[in-house]
Design a protein around this ligand. Structure first.
Ligand code: ADP
Length: 382
């Protein structure tokens, strides 16, 4: 797996019981996954020779992030390396402009969008919107969401801008910029599926994901009060995208649920994803194991939940108190709590771990998970 973050760390964890040998390409020995994997190649994933050195002897290579240059992956593929998902699929997770164009061509519902050239063009985009100049609080179609087409993650590379002055900032990076209408959504959902080269695919229950400042904070599986029709529609949409794009492995389709009961696609991620962490403790087969099975073209495991409700809450870096005393409190308070820490240095706002609780009573499960995450973060002390 290329990338030494927590996704690789958890994928490695899933590889162990399968007896699958796992090699890592990581930046440093201190990366979250480097700390636990014994076969680590250190180097830069943007360097073709490093990639070649890493891939030599691997049956298949896959990813913990989307940032490996597409042209290097094409070269590796041409040299006989099994790259899964392949570059022709992965490019739609790497470049938001290409992703939107592809989804348009498939008739997949998305927010209104187009590439924009500069701040004045953003204003034109804003005014093109339906009802843009008719609302009472006329802001000329603003706010608008701007995204750099490449290189963003966890809300980096995403701006919500209120006027043309603010709209200038994203262009400074020199990367193409995509404008989107700001969707007035009810909530965010994710439809996670896994597909193998064989064409077998499984769909996890659609989950609700709660984001703050572009970072996922909490995931509830399955999404509460989601109609069976909309859930099935979202799963079918994700399976169709996985098939049409010929994706191998885990695909997370991030969705907005609109006030009129539809879903719009926000983002695609072709790797294990934060929206699927609940599945480690909450599903028969985790997203990580199914991703590994898929890239090895093995039959996929059952994605169904083991309990009525599973809630996952991320532990973000904060004013960490002593970790050990936090463990004493959390473990003593709640023997059913599942703790997953990633071995990362604490930096404010950084994802350093997650906790999971499952059971029959959603309110109880959610309170326990939130409490543990807040305690581990140091937000509360009793
Ligand atoms: P990233 O690549 O950082 O994950 P996303 O495109 O998923 O970026 O955007 C991050 C968050 O910003 C989303 O989860 C959502 O909360 C908000 N967002 C993104 N696009 C829109 C939009 N068109 N309308 C409203 N909110 C949006």
């Amino acid at each position: 797996m290329i990338g030494g973050g927590q996704l690789a760390r958890m994928a490695h964890d899933a590889a162990i019981p399968l007896g699958v040998r796992f090699r890592l390409l990581a930046d440093t020995p201190q990366d979250s996954a480097s700390l636990v994997v014994n076969d680590v190649v250190l180097g830069d994933y943007r360097d073709l020779d490093t990639l070649r050195r890493f891939a030599a002897g691997c049956d298949v290579i896959t990813f913990d992030h989307e940032h490996v240059p597409t042209e290097h992956l094409r070269t590796l593929l041409a040299e006989g390396v099994n790259v899964r998902p392949g570059p022709d699929a992965l490019v739609f997770a790497q470049d938001k402009g290409l992703m939107r164009a592809k989804l348009d061509s498939l008739g997949v519902p998305c927010p209104r969008h187009r590439l924009v050239a500069d701040a004045a063009d953003v204003t034109r985009f804003a005014q093109e919107g339906e009802g843009a100049s008719r609302s009472d609080s006329d802001k000329g179609g603003y706010p608008v969401v701007l995204k750099t087409t490449r290189g963003g993650y966890d809300g980096k590379g995403v701006w919500v801008v209120d006027d043309e002055t603010e709209a200038a900032e994203p262009f400074q990076a020199g990367v193409p910029v995509l404008a989107e209408e700001k969707v007035d959504f009810v909530r965010e959902l994710a439809a996670d599926v896994v597909r193998s080269p064989h064409g077998q695919a499984v769909a996890y229950p659609v989950v609700e994901s709660v984001q703050k400042d572009g970072i996922c904070h909490e995931v509830v599986a399955p999404a509460p009060n989601l109609s069976a029709e909309l859930a099935a529609e979202a799963q079918a949409l994700a399976l169709r995208i996985a098939g049409e794009l010929d994706i191998t492995g885990h695909l997370a389709v991030e969705l907005f649920e609109t006030r009129d009961g539809r879903v719009l696609v926000n983002e695609l991620a072709m790797r294990p994803h934060n929206s699927g962490h609940w599945s480690i403790d909450g599903a028969v087969t985790s997203q990580f194991e199914n991703h590994i099975r898929a890239v090895l073209d093995l039959p996929l495991g059952d994605p169904r939940p083991r309990q009525p409700w599973t809630v996952m809450v991320n532990v973000l870096g904060g004013d960490y108190p002593d970790m050990y005393s936090a463990y004493l409190h959390c473990m003593a308070r709640d023997p059913g709590l599942r703790i997953h820490m990633y071995g990362k240095d604490v930096k404010p706002g950084r994802k350093v771990g997650h906790v999971t609780v499952f059971g029959d009573d959603l309110e109880d499960v959610r309170e326990r998970a939130r409490h543990a995450a807040a305690y581990l973060r140091g937000d509360i002390t009793e």
